[in-house]
Each structure stands twice: as structure tokens, then as C-alpha cells.
Design a protein around this ligand. Structure first.
Ligand code: HEM
Length: 461
């Protein structure tokens, strides 16, 4: 009670909608369906400014949308804790890297960090290329001139659909406070459906772990990673790092822990990346002049050859990189980032008391007209070297800065570049809908409300 009154004391001073009931708080925000969330959040910031508080079920939430506030959030040592609402993901991601906090998170982060070393990334380039060639073959099977939903097409494995549903469930659950209780949730029809989706996900993750374990046990099966012998290599993908740690007993990892981490990487690595590719294709499909500049850049690099890209080629795709960054600005994979404040924290003129949840709306931050003039326009020049120079370092944070940033960001950028450059070398894109007509929802990831249909017409590289 003392902690709640203290939070009330400090947060009452902040701008925000009037508090009619301290118990229920701002129920309309809680009950807001995911598709109304972007409008609701923007309207609140417009009304109260770039720092505001709301109360939900007796707890304050402080929303922020400006680079200077984001800087405080991500540079403070007391903001490594994931808020209570991440608990709603525990049934799926358990206490994996994304959802855990404290010493457990520190240990796992340290353990998996080497999996993102640049030498590992370079090895992955080949994997991306071979998957993309399959995708290009699939796209070629669509007759020229038919529209394809790019979000479905970019989901390179069917499982991603289920991951999408499981993540959307988090928002549905957040909008129905009676489903926050685990027992009530799992007794409800929505909860039972969620469990069925999760068991499919778990079947696949368990299979992946088992088959990798089996491969490791049969070292004579010529299993190689990159160019080095598998068991003598320092270059290991993340699952190998975890399995090796289990074999050497250097950390204690139960089968459930392995499953949590595999699910976390599957969710973190797949859904966000396929989303970024889908939005970028859609945006290029309704901006022919920008698409033409990408074609030009790629034609200059490949000179009419259909050879595979090298890591060096990818580094030369500067304009395509600007396009990808701009697409992540407009549609950041994770639109809202939450952190619990472990100590009182001074944010601007206000003290955010210990235990309060701070939520950065990355979506609103990235559309700040003071930083990105004409913020709703798709303009890759926002990321030209000249325009990027001197920009507030926390004005653009699609991968979240600070100690809990995305470990897979380089991996993701490389994957997106490989896939998009291949598609652009082979096809001309045309989107069915205009950018202005695109409505999005805030699930755990950002989702389009309608299919993003794009026409792929073959072109000669
Ligand atoms: C365009 C693609 C991606 C975007 C936009 C993205 C974005 C993010 C963001 C914003 C966070 C912070 C989440 C939070 O604090 O709640 C995060 C965390 C994370 N991401 Fe990514 N991500 C992408 C791709 C990837 C990939 C490819 C992987 C793995 C291969 C990955 C693995 C993770 C993990 C494990 C975390 C949790 C890190 C921690 O809490 O220590 N992500 N990502």
C-alpha cells in the first residue's frame, strides 16, 4: 500500500487524463483493442505532451515519446527489468532472454552473445542466400501481374503464422484484465486456443533441439559449421552454444530452459524480420521512383550478372540500407517498449517512482516532426549521411538501445538485405494499396490490419 501511495503521489503531478477511480484507473485504455491502440496513443500524446501517465488497475504507466526521455530510459542502470506484463508471455517464451530479468538474464545474455559475432554472421550469409533462392523460385511461380500478400510470402516458415497469433494474444489478453489471471485465462476458450498454438510451437522447438543434439552426438556425420570442424570451433550458432554449455555443465540448463531460449530466438528473430521485409516491399511497391534508385544501385553492383551476393556486395548497398532503415522508422517491429524502474528516476521535470512502468512509444518517437520533417512520408533520404549527422542518438531506436538491446540487429539487417536485394534484382514491384490507406495494430509486434498485396513482375537483372 505504501509503495502504491508513493507512486500515486509522484505520478499525480504528471500530465495525463483525470483519475476518476483509483482502483479501475483508465479502463478505456486497458480495454482498447489492438487496432485502436496507435490512434489512442497518438491522441493522448497530442493532448498531454510527450510524457504522460495513466493508471491501470491501481498501477501507474508512464508513456514517453521523445528522444531526450528515451535517452534517460535506456542509459539508466535501473531500467533493465522487464515489466510485469511480460509475464503474460511466460506461457510461451518462459524465462528466455526477452522476458527474464536480473542474474538469470545476465547469465543467458553472456552465454548467447558470441552467437552474434560478425564471423558467424558472414557464415549465415550463405544460409540466407540459399533460402532466398527458394523464395525467388516460389515468387516466379506466381503468374506476372497477380497480387501476392507480402506478409504471408515473407513468412518463410509456416510456423511464423502461429507465432504471430501467439503474440497477438498478448494484446488481446492485455485488453481484458480478467484474463490476466493465469487460471481464468487457461479456462477461457481464448486461453485453450492459445495453448493449442503453443503446443504446435513447442513440438517444433523440441524437434529442433533434439535433432541438433543428435547431430552433435554423431560427430562422424561430417557436420561442419562455416569452414571449421564443428566440435573444435569457436564459431557457434546460438543453439550450439547452449547445447555445449549443457554438455560441459558450465551452466545449468534444463530442457525447458533450452525450449524457452529457442522459442525466444524464433519469435525475436523471425517475426520482426519478416515484418520488416514485408513493409519494405509494400513501401517500394508504391514508390516507383525510390524503387528505381534501388534497381540502379543493384544494377551498378551486379552489372547484369545473376551471381550470388558477397558480404562485400551487401556493404555497398547503401541506398537499400537507407530504405530498410526508413521502413523500420515508419513500422518499427516492436512499437512499444516497456521497462520497470528499479529506483526513482528523474525524467525531464518529473520523478518516476521506483516500481513504475515506463513505456516508450517507438512508433511515436519515430514520427516526431521536429526530427523527421513530414514524418508520415516514406523518404529514405531521412537516413542520408548528411541528414543523419547530428541527429539525437535516441531519436531512432528500432532495435532498442542500452543493455537490453536486440542482439540480432546485425543478423536481421543482413538477412533483410540479402532477401530484398535478390527480390529487387529479379522483380518490379507494385502495391495494391496506398501508404495512406494502410492501418496498423499494436500487437507485441506491429501488424497491418489488411493484406499487404504486392504485384511481382519479372525484370532482367
Ligand atoms: C528487423 C528485425 C528485428 C527487430 C526490429 C528487432 C527488435 C528488437 C527490439 C526492439 C528488442 C527489445 C525488446 C524489448 O525490450 O522488449 C529486441 C530484443 C531481442 N531480439 Fe530483436 N529484433 C529483430 C531481429 C532479431 C533477430 C534476427 C534476433 C535473433 C536471431 C533477435 C533476437 C532478440 C532477442 C533474443 C531479444 C531480447 C534481448 C534481451 O532482452 O536481452 N531479434 N529486438
Amino acid at each position: 500500500y505504501a509503495a502504491v501511495s508513493r507512486q500515486l503521489h509522484f505520478t499525480e503531478k504528471m500530465p495525463g487524463p483525470p483519475l476518476e477511480s483509483k482502483i479501475l484507473g483508465h479502463v478505456e485504455e486497458t480495454m482498447c483493442p489492438p487496432e485502436d491502440m496507435p490512434t489512442m496513443v497518438s491522441a493522448r500524446f497530442k493532448e498531454y505532451g510527450s510524457l504522460l501517465r495513466i493508471w491501470i488497475g491501481g498501477f501507474p504507466l508512464v508513456f514517453i515519446e521523445e528522444g531526450k526521455y528515451a535517452e534517460v530510459l535506456f542509459t539508466s542502470e535501473c531500467t533493465e527489468i522487464k515489466p510485469e506484463f511480460y509475464r503474460l508471455l511466460h506461457g510461451w517464451l518462459g524465462l528466455g532472454l526477452l522476458t527474464s530479468s536480473g542474474p538469470l538474464w545476465q547469465q543467458r545474455r553472456k552465454l548467447t552473445n558470441p552467437a552474434f559475432h560478425f564471423s558467424i554472421l558472414n557464415d549465415f550469409c550463405e544460409v540466407f542466400i540459399s533460402n532466398t533462392l527458394t523464395l525467388i523460385d516460389q515468387l516466379r511461380q506466381n503468374p506476372d501481374g497477380t497480387f501476392v500478400n507480402v506478409m504471408t510470402q515473407m513468412k518463410l516458415v509456416a510456423l511464423d503464422n502461429i507465432c504471430g497469433k501467439a503474440s497477438a494474444m498478448l494484446m488481446t489478453r492485455m485488453s481484458k484484465p480478467w484474463l490476466w489471471n493465469e487460471l481464468l485465462f487457461f479456462l477461457s476458450p481464448t486461453g485453450r486456443k492459445h495453448w493449442r498454438d503453443l503446443s504446435t510451437i513447442f513440438e517444433v522447438t523440441d524437434m529442433a533441439i533434439e535433432s541438433r543434439r543428435h547431430m552433435r552426438e554423431n560427430k562422424d556425420n561430417h557436420l561442419r559449421w562455416g569452414s571449421e570442424e564443428f566440435d573444435g570451433s569457436q564459431k557457434m550458432a546460438f543453439l550450439d552454444l547452449l547445447l555445449e554449455a549443457c554438455e560441459k555443465n558450465s551452466v545449468s540448463l534444463l530442457d525447458e530452459d533450452l525450449r524457452d531460449e529457442v522459442s525466444t530466438f524464433m519469435f525475436g528473430g523471425q517475426h520482426t524480420t519478416s515484418g520488416s521485409m514485408g513493409y519494405t516491399l509494400f513501401l517500394l511497391g508504391n514508390h516507383p521512383e525510390i524503387q528505381e534508385k534501388c534497381h540502379q544501385e543493384l544494377d551498378d553492383i551486379f552489372q547484369g550478372s545473376n551471381r550470388k551476393p558477397t558480404v562485400g556486395d551487401l556493404q555497398k548497398m547503401n541506398y537499400l540500407e537507407q530504405v530498410i532503415k526508413e521502413s523500420l522508422r515508419l513500422f518499427p517491429g516492436i512499437p512499444l517498449l516497456g521497462r520497470e524502474v528499479a529506483e526513482d528516476l528523474q525524467v525531464g521535470d518529473y520523478t518516476v517512482p521506483k516500481g513504475t512502468v515506463l513505456i516508450l512509444s517507438v512508433y511515436s518517437l519515430h514520427r516526431d516532426p521536429k526530427v523527421f520533417p513530414d514524418p508520415d512520408k516514406f523518404d529514405p533520404d531521412h537516413f542520408s549521411p548528411e541528414k543523419s549527422a547530428g541527429r539525437h542518438p535516441y531519436a531512432y531506436v528500432p532495435f532498442a538501445p542500452g543493455p537490453r538491446n536486440c542482439p540480432g540487429q546485425k543478423f536481421a539487417l543482413m538477412e533483410v538485405k540479402v532477401v530484398l536485394s535478390y527480390i529487387l534484382r529479379n522483380f518490379q514491384l507494385e502495391s495494391e494499396h496506398e501508404l495512406e490507406d494502410l492501418k496498423i495494430s499494436f500487437a507485441l509486434v506491429i501488424r497491418p490490419q489488411k493484406d499487404l498485396n504486392v504485384k511481382f513482375t519479372r525484370r532482367n537483372p
